[in-house]
Design a protein around this ligand. Sequence first.
Ligand SMILES: NC(=O)c1ccc[n+]([C@@H]2O[C@H](COP(=O)([O-])OP(=O)(O)OC[C@H]3O[C@@H](n4cnc5c(N)ncnc54)[C@H](OP(=O)(O)O)[C@@H]3O)[C@@H](O)[C@H]2O)c1
Length: 283
Amino acid sequence: MRTIVSRLIQSHSLPSRLSSEGLLRNGRLLSTGSNKVEETFKVEEAETVKPEAPEPEKVLVLGGNGFVGSHVCKEALQQGLSVSSFSRSGRASIQESWADSVVWHQGSLLVQDSLKNAMNDVSAVVSCVGGFGSYSHMYKINGTANINAIRTAAEQGVKRFVYISAADFGLVNYLLRGYYDGKITAVSLINLFFAGVILRPGFIYGTRQVGGLKIPLGVIGSPLEMILQHAKPLNKVPVFGPLLTPPVSVTAVAKVAVRAATDQVFPPGIVDVYGILRFSEQK
Ligand SMILES: NC(=O)c1ccc[n+]([C@@H]2O[C@H](COP(=O)([O-])OP(=O)(O)OC[C@H]3O[C@@H](n4cnc5c(N)ncnc54)[C@H](OP(=O)(O)O)[C@@H]3O)[C@@H](O)[C@H]2O)c1
Protein backbone atom coordinates (compact mmCIF):
# COMPACT_ATOMS: atom_id res chain seq x y z
CA MET A 1 0.00 0.00 0.00
CA ARG A 2 2.79 2.37 1.02
CA THR A 3 4.49 1.82 -2.36
CA ILE A 4 1.26 2.46 -4.31
CA VAL A 5 0.59 5.70 -2.47
CA SER A 6 4.16 6.75 -3.05
CA ARG A 7 3.87 6.08 -6.82
CA LEU A 8 0.55 7.92 -7.02
CA ILE A 9 2.05 10.91 -5.31
CA GLN A 10 5.04 10.98 -7.64
CA SER A 11 2.89 10.60 -10.78
CA HIS A 12 0.76 13.62 -9.77
CA SER A 13 3.95 15.66 -9.42
CA LEU A 14 3.19 17.07 -5.98
CA PRO A 15 6.04 19.07 -4.50
CA SER A 16 8.69 16.57 -3.47
CA ARG A 17 8.90 17.81 0.12
CA LEU A 18 5.15 17.26 0.55
CA SER A 19 5.32 13.78 -0.99
CA SER A 20 8.34 12.46 0.82
CA GLU A 21 8.02 14.09 4.24
CA GLY A 22 4.35 14.94 4.69
CA LEU A 23 2.15 12.35 3.08
CA LEU A 24 4.40 9.35 3.41
CA ARG A 25 5.10 10.01 7.03
CA ASN A 26 1.34 10.24 7.42
CA GLY A 27 0.72 7.33 5.06
CA ARG A 28 -1.01 5.59 7.95
CA LEU A 29 -3.65 8.33 7.96
CA LEU A 30 -4.29 8.11 4.20
CA SER A 31 -4.92 4.42 4.38
CA THR A 32 -7.45 4.61 7.22
CA GLY A 33 -10.21 6.78 5.65
CA SER A 34 -10.92 9.91 3.59
CA ASN A 35 -11.86 12.09 6.62
CA LYS A 36 -8.28 11.69 7.84
CA VAL A 37 -6.93 13.02 4.51
CA GLU A 38 -9.04 16.17 4.93
CA GLU A 39 -7.71 16.48 8.45
CA THR A 40 -4.16 16.39 7.12
CA PHE A 41 -4.82 19.20 4.60
CA LYS A 42 -6.99 21.36 6.83
CA VAL A 43 -5.57 24.85 6.74
CA GLU A 44 -6.23 27.13 9.67
CA GLU A 45 -7.69 30.47 8.67
CA ALA A 46 -4.70 32.72 7.94
CA GLU A 47 -4.06 35.56 10.30
CA THR A 48 -3.45 38.86 8.53
CA VAL A 49 0.18 39.74 9.17
CA LYS A 50 1.10 43.34 8.59
CA PRO A 51 4.45 43.43 6.73
CA GLU A 52 7.09 45.22 8.77
CA ALA A 53 8.25 48.50 7.24
CA PRO A 54 11.89 48.16 6.14
CA GLU A 55 14.40 49.87 8.43
CA PRO A 56 15.46 53.26 6.99
CA GLU A 57 18.98 53.39 5.60
CA LYS A 58 21.54 54.76 8.03
CA VAL A 59 23.66 57.67 6.86
CA LEU A 60 26.58 59.07 8.86
CA VAL A 61 27.48 62.70 8.22
CA LEU A 62 31.03 63.58 9.21
CA GLY A 63 30.92 67.19 10.39
CA GLY A 64 27.12 67.18 10.64
CA ASN A 65 27.19 70.28 12.85
CA GLY A 66 29.05 72.40 10.27
CA PHE A 67 27.65 74.67 7.55
CA VAL A 68 27.36 72.05 4.79
CA GLY A 69 27.02 69.09 7.16
CA SER A 70 23.96 70.47 8.96
CA HIS A 71 22.17 70.93 5.63
CA VAL A 72 23.11 67.38 4.63
CA CYS A 73 21.63 66.11 7.91
CA LYS A 74 18.40 68.08 7.32
CA GLU A 75 18.08 66.84 3.73
CA ALA A 76 18.72 63.22 4.78
CA LEU A 77 16.05 63.45 7.50
CA GLN A 78 13.61 64.86 4.94
CA GLN A 79 14.33 61.81 2.77
CA GLY A 80 13.29 59.56 5.69
CA LEU A 81 16.80 58.31 6.46
CA SER A 82 18.22 57.50 9.85
CA VAL A 83 20.91 60.16 10.41
CA SER A 84 23.91 60.40 12.68
CA SER A 85 26.78 62.87 12.83
CA PHE A 86 30.39 62.69 13.99
CA SER A 87 32.43 65.75 14.95
CA ARG A 88 34.59 67.04 17.79
CA SER A 89 31.86 69.14 19.38
CA GLY A 90 28.87 66.86 18.73
CA ARG A 91 25.62 68.78 18.36
CA ALA A 92 27.39 72.05 19.30
CA SER A 93 25.14 75.11 19.26
CA ILE A 94 22.41 73.89 16.89
CA GLN A 95 19.08 74.72 18.52
CA GLU A 96 16.70 73.86 15.67
CA SER A 97 14.24 71.01 16.22
CA TRP A 98 15.50 68.81 13.34
CA ALA A 99 18.70 68.33 15.36
CA ASP A 100 16.71 66.29 17.91
CA SER A 101 16.32 63.56 15.28
CA VAL A 102 20.06 63.19 14.69
CA VAL A 103 22.30 60.89 16.73
CA TRP A 104 25.29 63.08 17.65
CA HIS A 105 28.61 61.29 18.11
CA GLN A 106 31.46 63.26 19.59
CA GLY A 107 35.09 62.57 18.65
CA SER A 108 37.96 63.54 16.38
CA LEU A 109 38.73 61.91 13.06
CA LEU A 110 42.37 62.43 13.93
CA VAL A 111 42.10 60.01 16.82
CA GLN A 112 42.42 56.49 15.45
CA ASP A 113 39.54 54.12 16.20
CA SER A 114 37.24 56.74 17.73
CA LEU A 115 35.00 56.45 14.69
CA LYS A 116 34.41 52.68 14.56
CA ASN A 117 31.40 52.73 16.84
CA ALA A 118 29.68 55.49 14.89
CA MET A 119 30.00 53.47 11.67
CA ASN A 120 28.08 50.41 12.94
CA ASP A 121 25.34 49.40 10.45
CA VAL A 122 25.89 52.57 8.45
CA SER A 123 25.29 52.14 4.72
CA ALA A 124 26.66 55.49 3.53
CA VAL A 125 29.03 58.17 4.80
CA VAL A 126 29.01 61.80 3.67
CA SER A 127 32.16 63.65 4.70
CA CYS A 128 31.77 67.40 5.20
CA VAL A 129 35.00 67.71 7.19
CA GLY A 130 37.51 70.22 5.93
CA GLY A 131 39.03 73.54 6.90
CA PHE A 132 41.68 76.21 6.52
CA GLY A 133 44.81 77.32 8.39
CA SER A 134 48.52 76.56 8.06
CA TYR A 135 49.75 74.05 5.46
CA SER A 136 50.01 71.25 8.00
CA HIS A 137 46.63 72.02 9.59
CA MET A 138 44.90 72.11 6.20
CA TYR A 139 46.58 68.89 5.11
CA LYS A 140 45.57 67.21 8.37
CA ILE A 141 41.92 68.26 8.35
CA ASN A 142 41.22 67.89 4.62
CA GLY A 143 43.54 64.92 4.10
CA THR A 144 44.55 62.85 7.16
CA ALA A 145 41.19 63.19 8.99
CA ASN A 146 39.29 62.06 5.90
CA ILE A 147 41.81 59.31 5.16
CA ASN A 148 41.14 57.86 8.63
CA ALA A 149 37.41 58.03 7.93
CA ILE A 150 37.73 56.36 4.51
CA ARG A 151 39.83 53.51 5.97
CA THR A 152 37.41 52.91 8.83
CA ALA A 153 34.41 53.02 6.48
CA ALA A 154 36.03 50.40 4.24
CA GLU A 155 36.83 48.18 7.25
CA GLN A 156 33.30 48.49 8.60
CA GLY A 157 31.72 47.49 5.29
CA VAL A 158 30.13 50.86 4.48
CA LYS A 159 28.79 50.68 0.92
CA ARG A 160 28.97 54.29 -0.30
CA PHE A 161 31.23 57.23 0.47
CA VAL A 162 30.54 60.82 -0.59
CA TYR A 163 33.19 63.48 -0.07
CA ILE A 164 32.68 67.22 -0.28
CA SER A 165 35.87 68.41 -1.94
CA ALA A 166 36.31 71.78 -3.66
CA ALA A 167 36.53 73.22 -7.16
CA ASP A 168 39.83 73.99 -8.73
CA PHE A 169 40.53 77.71 -8.33
CA GLY A 170 43.75 77.94 -10.34
CA LEU A 171 45.95 80.50 -8.63
CA VAL A 172 44.17 80.09 -5.31
CA ASN A 173 45.13 76.40 -5.25
CA TYR A 174 48.75 77.49 -4.99
CA LEU A 175 48.05 79.74 -1.99
CA LEU A 176 46.03 77.00 -0.27
CA ARG A 177 48.31 74.08 -1.09
CA GLY A 178 47.70 72.18 2.15
CA TYR A 179 43.94 72.37 1.53
CA TYR A 180 44.17 70.99 -2.01
CA ASP A 181 46.98 68.50 -1.33
CA GLY A 182 44.90 67.07 1.53
CA LYS A 183 41.78 66.83 -0.60
CA ILE A 184 43.63 65.18 -3.52
CA THR A 185 45.13 62.53 -1.21
CA ALA A 186 41.74 61.79 0.35
CA VAL A 187 40.10 61.46 -3.07
CA SER A 188 42.76 59.03 -4.30
CA LEU A 189 42.09 56.81 -1.28
CA ILE A 190 38.30 56.92 -1.80
CA ASN A 191 38.86 55.66 -5.32
CA LEU A 192 40.83 52.70 -3.97
CA PHE A 193 38.05 51.44 -1.71
CA PHE A 194 34.76 52.74 -3.09
CA ALA A 195 32.94 53.69 -6.25
CA GLY A 196 32.75 57.01 -4.39
CA VAL A 197 31.20 60.32 -5.34
CA ILE A 198 33.29 63.47 -4.97
CA LEU A 199 31.46 66.80 -5.11
CA ARG A 200 33.59 69.78 -6.15
CA PRO A 201 31.62 72.95 -5.45
CA GLY A 202 33.13 76.42 -5.65
CA PHE A 203 31.88 78.98 -3.15
CA ILE A 204 28.86 77.58 -1.26
CA TYR A 205 26.23 80.07 -0.15
CA GLY A 206 23.34 79.79 2.28
CA THR A 207 22.78 80.72 5.89
CA ARG A 208 25.88 79.95 7.91
CA GLN A 209 25.55 79.79 11.66
CA VAL A 210 28.50 81.24 13.56
CA GLY A 211 27.83 80.81 17.28
CA GLY A 212 24.46 82.46 17.85
CA LEU A 213 24.69 84.50 14.63
CA LYS A 214 23.16 83.57 11.27
CA ILE A 215 25.09 84.94 8.28
CA PRO A 216 23.10 85.09 5.03
CA LEU A 217 25.79 84.33 2.40
CA GLY A 218 23.10 84.05 -0.25
CA VAL A 219 22.95 87.85 -0.55
CA ILE A 220 26.16 87.65 -2.60
CA GLY A 221 26.11 84.02 -3.68
CA SER A 222 22.69 83.80 -5.27
CA PRO A 223 23.05 86.65 -7.82
CA LEU A 224 26.60 85.55 -8.65
CA GLU A 225 25.32 82.03 -9.32
CA MET A 226 22.70 83.46 -11.71
CA ILE A 227 25.32 85.33 -13.71
CA LEU A 228 28.26 82.93 -13.63
CA GLN A 229 26.44 79.69 -14.42
CA HIS A 230 26.02 81.08 -17.95
CA ALA A 231 29.72 81.94 -18.25
CA LYS A 232 30.95 78.33 -18.35
CA PRO A 233 33.29 78.83 -21.37
CA LEU A 234 35.14 81.60 -19.46
CA ASN A 235 35.81 79.09 -16.70
CA LYS A 236 38.25 77.35 -19.07
CA VAL A 237 40.42 80.47 -19.55
CA PRO A 238 43.83 79.74 -17.96
CA VAL A 239 44.76 81.32 -14.61
CA PHE A 240 41.73 83.60 -14.07
CA GLY A 241 39.02 81.42 -15.60
CA PRO A 242 38.53 79.18 -12.53
CA LEU A 243 37.79 82.30 -10.45
CA LEU A 244 34.56 82.59 -12.45
CA THR A 245 33.26 79.24 -11.15
CA PRO A 246 29.63 79.91 -10.18
CA PRO A 247 28.71 79.71 -6.50
CA VAL A 248 26.18 77.07 -5.56
CA SER A 249 23.61 76.97 -2.76
CA VAL A 250 24.18 74.80 0.28
CA THR A 251 20.76 73.19 -0.23
CA ALA A 252 21.77 72.10 -3.75
CA VAL A 253 25.02 70.58 -2.43
CA ALA A 254 23.13 68.79 0.36
CA LYS A 255 20.48 67.45 -2.00
CA VAL A 256 23.05 66.00 -4.41
CA ALA A 257 25.19 64.61 -1.55
CA VAL A 258 22.23 62.72 -0.05
CA ARG A 259 21.14 61.42 -3.43
CA ALA A 260 24.69 60.24 -4.18
CA ALA A 261 24.76 58.51 -0.78
CA THR A 262 21.53 56.60 -1.30
CA ASP A 263 20.83 56.19 -5.01
CA GLN A 264 22.55 53.00 -6.16
CA VAL A 265 22.59 54.14 -9.77
CA PHE A 266 24.10 57.56 -9.07
CA PRO A 267 27.23 57.67 -11.27
CA PRO A 268 30.42 57.42 -9.22
CA GLY A 269 33.23 59.93 -9.76
CA ILE A 270 33.64 63.69 -9.65
CA VAL A 271 30.65 66.01 -9.80
CA ASP A 272 31.70 69.58 -10.58
CA VAL A 273 29.68 72.74 -9.93
CA TYR A 274 27.72 72.40 -13.17
CA GLY A 275 26.95 68.76 -12.31
CA ILE A 276 25.77 69.79 -8.84
CA LEU A 277 23.48 72.43 -10.38
CA ARG A 278 22.13 69.89 -12.90
CA PHE A 279 21.53 67.05 -10.40
CA SER A 280 19.98 69.40 -7.86
CA GLU A 281 17.34 70.48 -10.39
CA GLN A 282 16.26 66.87 -10.99
CA LYS A 283 13.26 65.56 -9.05
N1 LIG B 1 31.83 76.51 2.60
C1 LIG B 1 32.24 76.60 1.35
O1 LIG B 1 32.04 77.62 0.64
C2 LIG B 1 32.91 75.42 0.71
C3 LIG B 1 33.25 75.48 -0.64
C4 LIG B 1 33.84 74.38 -1.26
C5 LIG B 1 34.11 73.25 -0.51
N2 LIG B 1 33.79 73.21 0.81
C6 LIG B 1 34.08 71.98 1.55
O2 LIG B 1 32.92 71.51 2.16
C7 LIG B 1 33.23 70.86 3.39
C8 LIG B 1 32.37 71.48 4.50
O3 LIG B 1 32.66 72.86 4.58
P1 LIG B 1 31.91 73.79 5.64
O4 LIG B 1 31.95 75.15 5.10
O5 LIG B 1 30.62 73.17 6.03
O6 LIG B 1 32.94 73.70 6.87
P2 LIG B 1 32.62 73.91 8.43
O7 LIG B 1 31.36 74.63 8.64
O8 LIG B 1 33.87 74.49 8.99
O9 LIG B 1 32.45 72.42 8.95
C9 LIG B 1 33.54 71.58 9.15
C10 LIG B 1 33.06 70.42 10.01
O10 LIG B 1 34.16 69.54 10.28
C11 LIG B 1 34.12 69.16 11.65
N3 LIG B 1 35.49 68.80 12.04
C12 LIG B 1 36.59 69.57 11.95
N4 LIG B 1 37.65 68.89 12.40
C13 LIG B 1 37.22 67.66 12.76
C14 LIG B 1 37.84 66.50 13.30
N5 LIG B 1 39.16 66.45 13.57
N6 LIG B 1 37.09 65.41 13.57
C15 LIG B 1 35.76 65.44 13.32
N7 LIG B 1 35.11 66.50 12.81
C16 LIG B 1 35.83 67.61 12.53
C17 LIG B 1 33.59 70.41 12.35
O11 LIG B 1 32.97 70.13 13.60
P3 LIG B 1 33.78 70.27 15.00
O12 LIG B 1 34.46 71.58 14.98
O13 LIG B 1 32.72 70.12 16.03
O14 LIG B 1 34.72 69.13 14.99
C18 LIG B 1 32.52 70.84 11.36
O15 LIG B 1 31.33 70.12 11.60
C19 LIG B 1 34.72 71.05 3.60
O16 LIG B 1 35.40 69.89 3.18
C20 LIG B 1 35.06 72.22 2.70
O17 LIG B 1 36.39 72.16 2.27
C21 LIG B 1 33.20 74.27 1.44
